[in-house]
Design a protein around this ligand. Structure first.
Ligand code: ATP
Ligand code: MG
Length: 724
């Protein structure tokens, strides 16, 4: 029964992949062809037919959300809980390994994850400690250097000092940063991967154990693995065995973060005997959407090349909207969503995608004004909010006193009279005696090194943390969080802020108590009998690893806003891609380098193929971006879509007048109503057709497509248009 269950609704190629004999296998296929689905069914197949133990399966997904969905899907298929199966992101799995084997990995038991924000702050401190000017050595660049080396698998001692003085300096920063992290038990995202790789590489017994255990390794979105992830998979599997990877070289979009598209090509060489299955039928999109995606990606030269077809009809043409500016664009999006909702569509079926985070603000404003609930996916996530990070700093200090970034954050928050001068003395002392700030503070109290008042305040802080730990030993996690919020003074501090913001912060802090009550939301943090991770540690790991994929409520019935990058793997019946303009998409910085331009084009392919039924592409004639007014050209990607697949659209604006008029009309100078579709004459531009009308009175504007002069936006009161 289960077998037919697993195989039904799979096409022959998909079935071939799901039922393939054990051994290395690569599924190489375009967007929406069922790769992720096949990977989930394969796991079900292994369990139900190959009699694999859940214990022997390791599955890697690109996001925690995908991991949770996959787990749910397999459980539904087999109707059994599969707790022992390891499924998570590379980072989540690496973290789990390090937790289990902290000693072998030479980490303190309570090691903490350093998120991107704290990492950069720490790098900045290291730059200053080295007496370097952080204008000349900007922390973001140094952080980038460090992360890039880690992604390649290199710790400082493995990098040869180069002749280039700048490289040598960056290496010094990396060195002192790394030493600091080692000393204080902090592990950044790159280190999670690198450490867990080294853990297996340097410990033959452990490696043998895991090779014997994980007989089935499956990886989704393989085209976006970086060097260390690839090497980790190779090491763990020994380049053989049942390794099942799926990917699409046309969707590799993280090259700028170290992903290596060639990994998916190399697979067949590094895993001898590997089979390749290609899926060619797309189940997601209409014919027009698929053809547009195929046409765009065909402009890339470096491809393996695939064909992708659908049984679906052509469907609606792809709608292209030329907006006046970003507000007009947002209004257009909003109107179309309204229309969708009027027709019975759901909000959660709508995805709005953009290239750059900064684009979301105007869209948000407009949706807010229209009272359409929305959610920004991957925006400033809950755990990154200032007040939440304040509270987490206390919790992290409870778990690990040597966590310097948390010490710095908590020590004078709320203000306790521990100023920058005191902190600076602490930093110097910590550096000179190679101690954490906490230990330095212990030593400095009463030593005369700092002012008596500051010493007293510092003493108060250390006592607060120590007594908090002592008094909360027996408490459940939510009760502990609650206690920390109260006794730290954070609740009082924000409660006193008599503004909406203060109120929101208090609510967020209370939400943290709720979050702590939800058993380890991240699948990787799930404790099971082999892994007695303490509750607080599991919660803190979750806070650091949860990649902005939102809480459970994120997928309530809301319109979804996100960058094109975070849309990978998802699908929506209705998709808007906004700002399809040269300089924005493709991005300014990628336009001149062919390789980067190809990555932008793959991003366009990813974006287009998220749409199931309806796709809207918009560009603005004028846009304010990063504080500048620009007049961008429509993107080259638009021109790459065959004209026959597209349709120019106008807004459905209804301009309201005190006197009833034809809907969508606006009054011209001569007192004549203009409406979309109206023929008009202009003194210099000649004859044309009104496309869009908006605003009223002195602000009324019309867009007219002139036979000779093309489309123009005109202010009605100046244009002297004559209806004909
Ligand atoms: P992406 O490259 O975007 O990650 P994918 O190849 O992983 O896409 P899936 O997300 O697995 O594709 O599948 C795309 C859609 O097609 C899903 O809604 C899935 O349920 C559906 N689908 C896949 N295979 C079939 C099939 N054989 N019959 C019906 N629907 C299918
Ligand atoms: Mg997928």
């Amino acid at each position: 029964m289960e077998i037919s269950h697993i195989l039904e609704s799979l096409n022959p190629a998909q079935r071939e992949a799901v039922t393939a004999p054990l051994g290395p296998l690569r599924v190489l296929a375009g967007a929406g062809s069922g790769k992720t689905r096949v990977l989930a069914q394969r796991i079900a197949w292994l369990l139900a037919v190959e009699n694999a133990s859940p214990w022997s399966i390791l599955a890697v997904t690109f996001t925690n959300k995908a991991a949770a969905e996959m787990r749910g899907r397999i459980e539904a298929l087999l109707d059994i809980p599969i707790r022992k199966l390891w499924i998570g992101t590379f980072h989540g799995i690496a973290h789990r390994l390090l937790r289990l084997h902290w000693q072998e990995a030479k980490l303190p038991q309570g090691f903490q994850i350093l998120d991107a924000d704290d990492q950069q702050r720490l790098v900045k401190r290291m730059i200053r400690d080295l007496n370097l000017d952080d204008k000349k050595w900007p922390p973001p660049q140094a952080t980038w250097f460090i992360n890039a080396r880690k992604d390649e698998g290199l710790h400082p001692h493995q990098i040869h000092a180069q002749d280039d003085p700048a490289q040598r300096q960056l290496l010094r920063i990396y060195q002192s940063y790394q030493e600091h992290c080692e000393r204080t038990g902090l592990v950044d995202f790159g280190e999670l991967l690198l450490r867990s790789y080294e853990l297996l590489r340097d410990d033959p017994t452990l490696l043998r154990h895991y090779r014997e255990r994980f007989l089935h390794v499956l990886v989704d979105e393989f085209q976006d693995t970086n060097t260390i992830q690839y090497n980790w998979v190779r090491l763990l599997t020994g380049g053989q065995g049942d390794v099942f990877i799926v990917g699409d070289d046309d969707q590799s979009i993280y090259g700028w973060r170290g992903a290596r598209i060639e990994n998916i090509h190399r697979f067949s060489e590094d895993f001898p005997g590997a089979r390749t299955v290609r899926l060619e039928q797309n189940y997601r999109s209409t014919g027009a959407i698929l053809e547009a995606a195929n046409a765009v990606i065909a402009n890339n030269l470096e491809r393996l090349g695939k064909t992708l077809w659908t049984e679906d009809s052509a469907g609606d043409p792809i709608a292209v909207y030329a907006a006046f500016n970003e507000y007009d664009e947002a209004r257009f999006v909003m109107e179309r969503i309204r229309h969708w909702l009027e027709q019975g569509g759901k909000r959660s079926e709508v995805g709005i995608l953009y290239r750059s985070n900064a684009q979301s603000r105007v869209l948000e404003e407009t949706l807010l004004g229209a009272r359409i609930p929305y959610r920004v996916y991957g925006g400033l996530r809950f755990f990154e909010r200032a007040e939440i990070k304040d509270a987490l700093a206390y919790l992290r200090l409870l778990a690990n006193r040597d966590d310097d970034p948390s010490f710095e954050r908590a020590v004078n928050m709320p203000p306790r009279g521990i100023g920058e001068r005191t902190l600076e003395s602490l930093r110097i002392l910590a550096r000179e005696s190679k101690l954490s700030l906490w230990r330095a503070a212990q030593g400095v109290i009463g030593s005369g090194h700092i002012a008596a008042r500051a010493g007293l305040a510092l003493h108060g802080f250390l006592t607060l943390i120590d007594t908090l730990e002592r008094d909360t030993k027996e408490l459940s996690l939510p009760a502990l969080v609650d206690e920390v919020l109260k006794r730290s003074g954070l609740l009082d501090l924000y409660g006193k802020e008599k503004s909406d913001k203060g109120e929101m912060r208090v609510e967020n802090l209370q939400e943290l108590v709720n979050a702590a009550a939800t058993p380890a939301a991240a699948p990787v943090a799930q404790a099971d009998e082999e892994e007695p991770m303490n509750e607080l540690a599991a919660f803190l790991a979750h806070a650091a690893l949860e990649a902005g994929e939102g809480q459970a409520s994120a997928w309530e019935d809301c319109v979804q806003l996100m960058t094109l990058h975070s849309a990978k793997g998802l699908e929506f019946p209705m998709v808007f891609i906004v700002g399809v303009e040269e300089g924005l998409f493709p991005h300014q910085q990628s336009m001149r380098e062919p390789k980067r331009l190809e990555e932008e084009r793959r991003l366009a392919y990813v974006g287009i193929t998220r749409a199931r039924r309806q796709l809207f592409l918009s560009h603005a004639e004028k846009r304010r971006l990063h504080g500048r007014e620009i007049y961008p050209k429509p993107s080259r990607f638009l021109a790459e879509i065959p004209v026959k697949l597209t349709r120019d659209v106008r807004t459905r604006t209804t301009v309201h007048f005190t006197q009833p008029r034809r809907p969508g009309s606006v009054e011209s100078e001569a007192g004549v109503a203009l409406y979309p579709g109206q023929r008009v004459r202009h003194r210099s531009f000649g004859e044309g057709i009104v496309q869009t009308v908006e605003g009223q009175g002195a602000h009324a504007r019309v867009q007219v497509r002139f036979a000779k002069a093309g489309a123009k936006w005109l202010i009605l009161s100046y244009a002297n248009l004559e209806p004909i």
